[in-house]
Design a protein around this ligand. Structure first.
Ligand code: GLN
Length: 485
């Protein structure tokens, strides 16, 4: 192999550029995730916006869903107009700008404007940078899954630093100072992206995969105008019928989040640009996609429900030290960082003998199931409503994260492998729509959680995840026949 092809831990040099770009993007996303809730609910005098807690929690959940939904827009822009390289660049610019707006004392106006800008920016950046990672490897290269595991560490270094640094600065000094740090981070990420991509990515990703042809332009403009018109008319109707409120918006986004992947798969199937082989790949993909939604549903609750569980059901102590409820979310990334090198080394060592994607997904789902089920133990021992040790929550997170390192990097890798050529970046968006669908669904589901029925809540969901895992596993032969997974 050429030295450039193994320059970054045995992987192509370009992986380091993409690694750090995504690290800074995630730093910004998880910073927002860490302090947004507190920024919303803290009183004006403490520098917050003084919002009601339940509305604020919903806004945070929906923010997460929108972040992943907007990858559809980013995928489209990349595939049809700009190509991944430039789309990622503009994504970074938008994210930095959105964070910068939050630095200014603009309160609600600043909040909503910046959410829109950051959501769009992330949609531009995240699917395309992941897609470019796939582009570093040929279809036969067995380093692909390991490469995604390394890339995934970048994601989680960003995710780990964010709550510790920005969370701390935001809550101790001022939220605006926290957002300033995210801005600086994203700007640094962009600078290294510009330099690194010129040096190491050659011509990769400079052109769109499926550029819009002149005769298609009118059609595309018409479609975009229709969608915009429907949204505007819908909002106006809601406004004049006095139904324009946060709860209704959240409900609509929930429906949209679940419908969107279905519409997407339908469109891909209908497209004349895909071959019979592509079609088989997409069938397989749909099955693993559905499995992933169940995984993400549980996983994302470790970021929304778990801080609540920490607050309401644990003693908030680790090693006898008091910890903030929000700080528990930092452990997700920490465990990924511990597991990833091991798993990446395992896949590299096993080469062609590594388990199929279906098996990796099954393990992922089982881990998510057990992470919820393990919480039944302290409830059973102590009784409902009695506070238990914070370590139980850490144990639960440690288990779900085994699932994440098995499922998520191989999901990314599989997506880049199975995507029909004309839908490369858009397929990557679909992968993230799995998380969006899960979070949209969660926005309603979390309402069922309360301390008295926590055992029921975690128990039922754990069992459902086991059932899905068993169904998936029993389909592995059939899926393997459809494609060589
Ligand atoms: N923790 C991962 C990330 O932030 C998982 C998100 C996902 O792939 N849905 O990128």
């Amino acid at each position: 192999r050429h030295p450039e092809d193994t320059a970054f831990f045995g992987h192509p040099h370009g992986l380091s550029t993409l690694f750090f770009t995504e690290m800074w993007e995630r730093f910004s996303y998880y910073s927002m995730h860490a302090i947004l809730l507190f920024y919303l609910i803290d009183s004006f005098s403490k520098g917050g916006l003084g919002m009601n807690t339940s509305i604020a929690t919903s806004i945070v959940a929906i923010y997460g869903a929108l972040i992943y939904m907007s990858t559809v827009i980013g995928g489209f822009i990349s595939d049809r107009i700009l190509g991944p390289r430039r789309t990622v660049f503009w994504g970074g610019v938008l994210i930095a700008l959105g964070n910068f707006i939050l630095v200014l004392p603009l309160r609600f106006v600043g909040l909503y404007v910046s959410i829109v800008i950051i959501v769009l920016g992330t949609g531009f950046l995240k699917p395309n940078v992941s897609d470019m990672v796939g582009g570093l490897y040929s279809k036969e290269d067995t380093r692909r899954d390991a490469g995604f595991n390394i890339y995934y560490m970048g994601i989680n270094i960003g995710a780990l630093l964010a709550p510790f640094i920005v969370g701390w600065v935001g809550q101790t000094y001022s939220y605006h100072a926290g957002f300033a740090l995210s801005t600086v981070g994203m700007v640094l990420g962009l600078i290294q992206y510009c330099i690194g991509s010129k040096k190491y990515l050659g011509k990769d990703g400079l052109l769109p995969n499926d550029p819009i042809k002149p005769d298609e332009k009118a059609k595309v403009i018409k479609q975009v105008s229709w969608v915009t018109a429907i949204v505007v008319v819908g909002l106006l109707i809601m406004y004049f019928t006095h139904t324009l409120n946060v709860n209704n918006i959240i409900f609509i986004i929930t429906i949209l989040g679940i419908l969107l992947p279905a519409i997407y798969f339908f469109n891909i199937f209908r497209s004349p640009k895909i071959t019979p082989k592509d079609r088989k790949n997409v069938i397989v993909y749909i099955v693993v996609f559905i499995a992933s939604v169940f995984f993400w549903s549980i996983y994302e609750q470790t970021m929304t429900i778990f801080p609540l569980v920490a607050q309401q059901m644990t003693d908030l102590k680790l090693f006898g030290i008091h910890v903030q409820a929000s700080q528990f979310t930092g452990f997700n990334a920490l465990f990924v960082l511990v597991y990833s090198p091991i798993v990446a080394a395992m896949w590299t060592k096993m080469g062609k003998k590594q388990p199929s994607s279906t098996s990796k997904f099954t393990i992922g789902l089982l881990a998510s199931a057990f992470s919820f089920l393990v919480l039944l133990i302290p409830i059973a021992i102590n009784g409902v409503g009695v506070k238990f040790s914070g370590w139980w929550l850490i144990l639960s997170i440690a288990i779900v994260e085994i699932g994440e390192v098995f499922l998520s990097p191989s999901g990314l890798s599989l997506t880049t492998k199975l995507a029909p050529k004309a839908f490369n970046a858009q397929m990557m968006s679909i992968w993230f729509l799995g998380d969006a669908a899960a979070q949209s669904f969660n926005a309603q589901l979390v309402k069922l959680y309360s301390v008295p029925n926590a055992a029921m809540y975690f128990g039922v969901m754990g069992v459902v995840a086991i059932v899905i895992a068993v169904i998936l596993f029993s389909m592995r032969g059939m899926l393997a026949k459809l494609i060589q997974l």
